[in-house]
Design a binder for this molecule. Structure first.
Ligand SMILES: Nc1ncnc2c1ncn2[C@@H]1O[C@H](COP(=O)(O)OP(=O)(O)OP(=O)(O)O)[C@@H](O)[C@H]1O
Ligand SMILES: [Mg+2]
Length: 633
């Protein structure tokens, strides 16, 4: 059961804020969909916004064109009601004149056609502009997030391992997916919406003023009422959303745990508990779920209701003005359309404020990754070590993962070419850490590690790592065929080489017994092979890689005696004629090592051969005897 994955589910800030309606799926919720949601607060809004704008600056021209197109499209839609109003006035005038039996009175169809033609052209242009603007903006948004993704991926490869130790997989994953997704959809829709909303509001107010200032005042007055009502309900809804988020996290955690711990639950007969637990969580989720959805759901109808009250007042007052011949009937019709056009962008902007906050918070997290300290660069003129002999020197090496907690201290030793060096010591002594340092997964605090008298810091990391092959206890296999997994040790490996390596590793036999042989595909968790079989595969991989130096970390625990003998035989032939490091808990396996380093609490406390160390009767002798007597260390 992985704690990391579990933790991921309990981090609501990295998930779309609203259950089923994530930020990436905007639009489906309709206008107002975001009003009830909890906006994420960025730490430094201004700074991140500036940086995002700077990041977008190479698209300045495109964005400028989009701005112009948006203004044009919006202006057209603003004029449309006024023109429609004129048409209505003409029809109405004609009919009234006829009704009043004015001689020669008729509807001025010529003027009407002209107006309708103008209107059609206006709408056509508006559509064309909208189309063009979306087209450009989609390009800008997609290439921006593509850039961001690329930059992040490059960064990932330059970050030291230390960074990944401090972050869960979920956190890193969510920056690549959720955060980038949020930025992309806001760029795609939000930016244009901001432009058009602002222009609409200004434009509509101007148009309304030209029709009638008093009616305009009535419309604008409904605004504070809507804002007040919305904010009261949004607060309620946000409270429930927050709860929903929390409980959803619990539910995810529970489900994840139930799946990954399936066997444990069954083995201990805890199904009933598990189901009860699930039901409790599920019930609470139902409870907050419906409340949050209910409150979020009534925001829009409420705004519409307040808007409608506005219409009624306008219709009444407007009707009165028409009878007094203060304004025309068409103008009233236009005005009602305007008051509608007025509330839309206001809702839009209210939505966007939340959205922009989440987007900036997302951008902040992405930039945070891009700003992380990188590992020190490879040397400008690296030593290209060829024909590695395998001499290794640790020279007064100091290191710890946590600056506050000392670990490796003053380690010095030398291994001659072809030697087998065994590292033993209790759990947590620092054995694996020593290997991590050898491969330069982490940087030393002090001291040097040399291979054939060349400092590892004087080589490129990739050259350094080519020297080694590792067989670890947590077998590094990936979902892919057995063939591909073995071939991972060598680029462009031929089929015969792969089979040869498998034979050397005593893996050939079991592979041929599998239904698909070498083409058997390992599943995601590589659970379709036994641990021993997986170890044989990693040994085969090491055979194929034919490294200059070999590292075996606890490679022979967890398997039956017969398999262990097989694995040991395989490793013995693998270690022949090359410098090898063997970390083993079972001391019986390393008796023949040329040198045994005994570690405790980050220091080498003893070193020598098996016999030598035993006769010293120190820490090693104690470890060995306790194992020999069957007492676990
Ligand atoms: N990535 C890491 N970040 C922080 N601390 C770590 C990390 N890896 C190991 N440690 C700590 O460093 C110490 C040494 O760990 P190391 O893995 O080297 O022990 P080990 O000797 O290999 O133990 P074992 O025999 O159990 O494999 C331990 O206290 C461990 O908690
Ligand atoms: Mg270890």
């Amino acid at each position: 059961m992985s704690n990391n994955r579990h933790e991921n589910f309990q981090r609501p800030e990295y998930k779309p804020v609203q259950g089923g309606r994530g930020l990436g799926q905007r639009g489906r919720g309709g206008p107002g969909a975001h009003l009830g949601m909890i906006p994420e607060k960025p730490k430094d809004f201004k700074k991140t916004l500036k940086r995002l704008i700077k990041f977008l600056s190479k698209y300045n021209i495109s964005i400028f064109v989009v701005l112009i197109l948006t203004i044009a499209a919006t202006i057209f839609t603003i004029f449309a009601p006024k023109i429609t109003g004129n048409a209505i006035t003409i029809v109405f005038q004609g009919m009234m004149d006829k009704a009043n039996k004015i001689p020669g009175a008729s509807i001025d169809f010529h003027a009407l056609y002209k107006i309708l033609l103008n209107l059609s052209i206006l709408y056509l242009f508006s559509i064309a502009f909208n189309y063009a603007q979306q087209y450009i903006m989609a390009g800008v948004a997609q290439s921006t997030v593509k850039d961001l993704r690329e930059k992040m991926m490059q960064k990932m490869n330059k970050l030291p391992l230390k960074y990944f130790d401090s972050k869960t997989h979920g956190e890193i994953l969510s920056r690549f997916t959720n955060d980038i997704d949020t930025i992309s959809s806001t760029l795609q829709q939000g930016l244009v919406q901001v432009f058009s909303s602002v222009i609409s509001i200004v434009g509509v107010i101007i148009m309304m003023l030209t029709i009638n200032p008093i009616l305009t005042l009535i419309t604008v007055l409904t605004l504070p009422l809507s804002i007040l009502a919305t904010s009261v309900i949004a607060k309620q809804s946000q409270k429930h959303f927050r709860n929903q988020q929390k409980i959803l996290g619990q539910l995810n955690g529970h489900i994840e745990e139930s799946f990954s711990g399936h066997i444990v639950i069954k083995a201990y007969n805890r199904e009933k508990n598990s189901i009860e637990n699930f039901e409790n969580i599920n019930n609470s989720l139902y409870d907050v779920g419906w409340k949050s959805q209910f409150f979020a759901g009534i925001i829009m109808p409420l705004m519409t209701f307040i808007g409608n009250i506005g219409y009624v007042v306008i219709a009444v007052v407007g009707g009165y003005f028409v009878t007094k011949r203060l304004i025309t009937i068409g103008d009233i019709q236009a005005f009602i359309q305007y008051s509608h056009q007025f509330t839309q962008p206001i809702i839009g902007i209210a939505n966007i404020v939340n959205l922009i906050q989440s987007t900036i918070a997302s951008a902040e997290r992405v930039f945070e990754v891009l700003d992380e300290n990188e590992q020190s660069p490879d040397p400008a003129f690296p030593v290209d070590l060829r024909d590695v002999k395998g001499q290794i020197d640790f020279d007064r090496v100091y290191f710890s993962y946590d600056p506050e907690k000392k670990l490796i201290e003053n380690i010095t030793f030398s291994a001659s070419p072809g030697d087998t060096i065994a590292i033993v010591g209790p759990t947590g002594a620092g054995k694996t850490t020593l290997v991590n340092l050898l491969l330069r997964f982490y940087e030393l605090y002090k001291g040097n590690i040399l291979i054939d008298s060349v400092k590892t810091t004087d080589m490129t990391r990739s050259r350094l790592r080519k020297i080694f092959a590792m067989v670890l206890q947590d077998t590094w296999l990936f979902s892919g065929s057995i063939k591909e997994n073995i071939a991972y040790g060598k680029e462009n490996a031929r089929e015969e080489e792969i089979i040869e390596a498998a034979k050397n590793a005593h893996a050939h036999h079991f592979i041929t017994l599998l239904p698909d042989g070498y083409d058997t595909v390992l599943n995601e968790e590589t659970s379709n092979l036994s641990i021993g079989e997986k170890q044989l595969l990693t040994i085969a991989r090491a055979f194929l890689a034919d490294p200059d130096i070999l590292i075996l970390d606890e490679a022979t625990s967890n398997v039956d005696t017969l398999t262990e003998i097989k694995i040991q035989q395989a490793m013995k032939s693998l270690m022949r004629n090359r410098t090898s490091f063997v970390i083993a808990h079972r001391l019986s396996t390393i008796k023949n090592a040329d040198m045994i380093l005994v570690m405790n609490e980050g220091k080498i406390v003893e070193s020598g051969t098996h016999q030598g160390l035993l006769s010293e009767n120190g820490f090693y002798a104690e470890l060995y005897n306790s194992q020999f007597l069957g007492i676990a260390i």
